[in-house]
Ligand binder design. Structure first.
Ligand SMILES: Cc1ncc(COP(=O)(O)O)c(C=O)c1O
Length: 390
């Protein structure tokens, strides 16, 4: 075997994003035992930082071992019991995954669907809640990575509570890059992932439960079907009792703690403003090149932009050229948007002015090479104007 030597890429896809050098450094810190008091202190600090980033006071805030899907599965497995009824909002790929998981854990699932690229309207949720009768959980994706749409949550939280249901939100792509205000929005449970706007390697899933969700967990009649993701057992380790459950991924916890510290050093508000400004600069650049953005501006995610692929352009060929000739990764479309959109992420450490200008230049070159007519330098100039104005 040759020595391991992966190339260095500019990661501007739907995640993972580039990892901050300080986070890489944190991962090579000395190994500690998972019950070493010094490691337990690092876990406590990580919990405190997670509460700040989720903007919640809830003590039931921790990091599940595994990627974002483990966070999703933990939330679904713990909040639903066989025979419970769940209302799952689906306007993209990850809403569909939530529905699949809820079904596998024995829930009866009612789906509220909307087109990929639009939001779920609160009226549709209200009508479904009224029609369905007793619903225990409403699940929805805050930042739909497959469509680039940001879903407003407050109104849907209120509707869920009016009907005696909990609200579960997927904040995998928004946490650390967009406003996420768990307590102010009255969201009962949320999960995320480390590899998007937190710019940490993939491997942990931040998760928080509010008081209603904790109560639901405590009053379960059946055991959680997943032993590994049983939040009561996990909380016995992350919380006061420090009872061994499974060996924590020590180096990943170091990495997450460092990534969250970087968020706090930048300032959460400033970081959110940076992602917004950079998203707007990218949009201006892409539009000035004659490209059309898929998500409506009002609900567009600054951290993940969906761009329609122009007629006659070879999607795979262009993404290959970006990757191998420019060292830039962008994402292709998922599900019904496969072959129709590109997904350009500006998340965490990847969200820099330099990366915006580099990807616009590279896109200009590769689109021109395929015969797409555009004004030379128009994209970079438009993005520069937005960045200069900021
Ligand atoms: C909105 C959303 N939810 C869930 C996931 C699943 O996360 P993971 O791939 O880390 O398991 C993703 C991953 O891209 C996502 O974008």
């Amino acid at each position: 075997m040759p020595e391991l030597n992966p190339p260095s890429r500019i990661l501007l896809g739907p995640g993972p994003s580039n990892v901050h050098p300080r986070v890489n450094q944190a991962m090579i810190a000395p190994m500690l035992g998972h019950l070493d008091p010094d490691f337990l202190k690092i876990m406590d600090e990580t919990k405190e930082l997670l509460r700040a980033v989720f903007r919640t006071r809830s003590e039931e805030t921790l990091a599940v071992s595994g990627t974002g899907s483990a966070g999703m599965e933990a939330a679904v497995a713990n909040l639903l019991e066989p025979g419970d009824r769940a209302l799952v909002c689906i306007n993209g790929f990850f809403g569909g995954r939530l529905a699949e998981m809820a079904g596998r854990y024995g829930a009866e699932v009612t789906r509220v669907e909307a087109q990929w690229g639009t939001i779920i309207e609160p009226e549709a949720v209200e009508a479904a809640l009224k029609a369905a009768g007793r619903i225990k959980l409403v699940a929805i994706v805050h930042a739909e990575t497959s469509t680039g749409v940001r879903q407003p949550l407050e109104e849907i939280a209120r509707l869920a509570h009016d009907h005696g249901a909990l609200l579960l939100a997927d904040t995998v792509t928004s946490l650390g890059g967009c406003e996420v205000a768990i307590d102010d929005w009255d969201v009962d449970a949320a999960y995320s992932a480390t590899q998007k706007c937190l710019s940490c390697p993939p491997g942990l899933a931040p998760l928080t439960l509010g008081p209603r969700a904790v109560e639901t967990l405590r009053s379960r009649e059946t055991k959680v079907r997943s032993w590994y993701l049983d939040l009561t057992l996990l909380d016995n380790y992350w919380g006061g009792k420090r009872a061994y459950h499974h060996t924590a991924p020590i180096s990943m916890v170091y990495a997450l703690r460092e990534a969250l510290t970087l968020v706090m050093e930048e300032g959460l508000d400033q970081r959110i403003a940076r992602h917004q400004r950079h998203g707007e600069a990218l949009w201006a650049g892409l539009e000035a090149m004659g490209l059309t953005l898929h998500a409506p501006r009002e609900y567009r995610l600054p951290v993940l932009t969906t761009v329609r692929i122009p007629e006659g352009i070879d999607d795979a060929k262009l993404r290959r050229a970006l990757l191998f000739d420019h060292g830039i990764e962008i994402g292709g479309g998922l599900g019904p948007l496969a072959g129709k959109v590109w997904r350009i992420g500006l998340m965490g450490h990847s969200s820099s002015t330099e990366n915006i200008l580099t990807v616009l230049q590279a896109l200009e070159q590769e689109l021109s090479a395929q015969g797409f007519r555009l004004g030379k330098g128009a994209g970079v100039a438009a993005a520069d104007r937005v960045l200069g104005a900021g």
